[in-house]
Design a protein around this ligand. Sequence first.
Ligand SMILES: NC(=O)C1=CN([C@@H]2O[C@H](COP(=O)(O)OP(=O)(O)OC[C@H]3O[C@@H](n4cnc5c(N)ncnc54)[C@H](OP(=O)(O)O)[C@@H]3O)[C@@H](O)[C@H]2O)C=CC1
Ligand SMILES: CC(=O)[C@@H](O)[C@H](O)COP(=O)(O)O
Ligand SMILES: [Mn+2]
Length: 382
Amino acid sequence: MKYISLLGASGSIGTQTLDVIRSHPNEFQLAAMSIGKNIELAGKIIKEFTPHLVSVANKEDCERLRQEFGSKVKFVYGEEGLIEVATYPKTDIVVNAVVGSVGLLPTLQAIEAGKTIALANKETLVTAGHIVMEAAQKRGVTILPVDSEHSAIFQCLQGEKKKNIEKIILTASGGSFRDKKREELQNVTVEEALRHPNWAMGAKITIDSATMMNKGLEVIEAHWLFHLPYEQIDVLLHKESIIHSMVQFHDSSVIAQLGTPDMRVPIQYALTYPDRFELFGAKKLNLAEVGTLHFQKVDFERYRCLKFAYEAGKAGGSLPTVLNAANEEAVAAFLNGQISFLAIEELIEQALERHHAVKQPTFDEIREIDEETRRYVKSLLI
Ligand SMILES: NC(=O)C1=CN([C@@H]2O[C@H](COP(=O)(O)OP(=O)(O)OC[C@H]3O[C@@H](n4cnc5c(N)ncnc54)[C@H](OP(=O)(O)O)[C@@H]3O)[C@@H](O)[C@H]2O)C=CC1
Ligand SMILES: CC(=O)[C@@H](O)[C@H](O)COP(=O)(O)O
Ligand SMILES: [Mn+2]
């Protein structure tokens, strides 16, 4: 039996992780979980999975749940609550499926506690990759990728030597506006931006896919996970999201991982690794039915956020922290109807341009820069 702590249980990755746990009751048990504000769903999950420990975002919701469930479950809240879930003694694997850089501290604490990490929360590695990877290495902790592209690369690299890699190729769907030219993006709506062609995901990542910042964050995530320089990380447009990513080796052989778009595959792989279990209800890939796959070079002027991410990643230091924090605030402002779609990239560009980079930021410096960047972007909205 593997005991699981699930951070972000009420989200898109969180609920799909619960699907995986539900279908393998003899292998997995939900020991602890966190949700943000979705108390109604929290109640349902508690009744079905009976975790021992539950964290919510605020004190009021924590009190409400205590009254409803009594002392059968321990309820905690806020950042301390997230840390308690991430370090729960009985837990073997922490699935980090919260959205945003709020995932950083619980990840670091889980590493300190020696937990295996199944990481969906890409913002953690973008904002503080050097700290997270160093901590994991020192503590001998494994970080298993959940993001579909990184899981694909991880699967392609099983049994391979790093020295033989020519490059990795992250595939990108192009997001909701992949068929639109840049000049057609002036007046696009939130509703249109939230219609991803291939994946049903949380709101923030769906907007990131539309701006292609998602791919930018993934490039930085791949740099840290696979210890590769940015020159060995390529992005290729592939609108069907059937090839989840590929590795090209020096002998010119290319290994790809394919499948119908279903996040339960990489989630389950992280939980069963190095084994594989049956994935109940999965739609098996039938290439004869699919017929044709499409590929296209990325235009960095069309997708400026991807360019910013490569630049910030290569420059390193505190720039990825600024990129991430500015993006989180800009996307939230777009989702709230405060700014236009194209203003997202303008705000990020402004935040990056004014920042005086710190070379090897400490955890405290990252926190400070993250908060300061958010204040700056918010000040531009007024
Ligand atoms: N969805 C997908 O298919 C994929 C997602 N990812 C990555 O996985 C992560 C999660 O994405 P996704 O599941 O789509 O996101 P969702 O928005 O669907 O879910 C986010 C989860 O985080 C919780 N949460 C949000 N803010 C806070 C906070 N301040 N404190 C504590 N909990 C919080 C939410 O709680 P509540 O809703 O209760 O408020 C929810 O449980 C992201 O980093 C994303 O980039 C990567 C690959 C694919
Ligand atoms: C499912 C997943 O991993 C997402 O990150 C997905 O990659 C989004 O698709 P695009 O960013 O390629 O549009
Ligand atoms: Mn992805």
